[in-house]
Design a binder for this molecule. Structure first.
Ligand code: HEC
Length: 143
């Protein structure tokens, strides 16, 4: 039983790295997506978003300079949306429904796909991850 769950975890890591490897490489190192708790928006943000958007979400993460398009300042989302945090929009961006390619090359990974594989196809867990990320990013507005 223990051996089996160890195998599953390895499989998740391999799959996550394959998903990320399909994105254009462009000098940004894309390692396997680290497994985080779906309950912690903070941990997910630090692992999956901070490399580009920065720990403080201002758009100045360590990988930002290697990107053609500057990652957005995620603390200004509400301000840019008439004072209301755009949860639906962030959800759409994460699931790949919003085509950010309109602004140039598609450099923002489609996290929904990564989360889907990470959860072994459990939609409820994917939604939990997106909801908790949203809650965390909302808490950063205006900081
Ligand atoms: C590989 C770098 C990279 C990573 C990792 C990344 N992003 Fe982005 N993100 C970008 C870039 C670049 C843009 C700007 C794209 C554009 O304007 O076309 C962007 C744009 C966005 C936008 C749109 C903002 C707006 O004002 O329209 C949101 C929301 C967003 N990212 C959220 C996230 C979240 C949440 C995570 C973590 C789960 C994340 N990003 C991880 C690079 C990244």
């Amino acid at each position: 039983m223990q051996l089996r769950s160890a195998f599953c975890i390895t499989a998740i890591f391999v799959m996550a790295s394959l998903v990320l490897a399909q994105e254009p490489a462009k000098r940004v190192e894309r390692g396997p997506a680290e497994l985080t708790s779906p309950a912690s928006g903070h941990d997910m943000f630090m692992s999956y978003c901070a490399p580009c958007h920065g720990k403080e979400a201002k758009g100045n993460g360590p990988a930002a300079s290697a990107l053609k398009i500057r990652p957005a300042d995620l603390t200004a989302l509400a301000q840019k949306n008439g004072g209301k945090y755009p949860a639906m929009k962030v959800t759409a961006v994460l699931s790949g429904q919003v085509d950010l390619a309109a602004h140039g090359n598609k450099e923002m990974p489609v996290w929904g796909k990564v989360f889907w594989r990470m959860s072994g196809g459990h939609e409820a867990e994917v939604q939990q991850r997106v909801a908790n990320l949203n809650r965390y990013i909302e808490s950063l507005q205006g900081k």
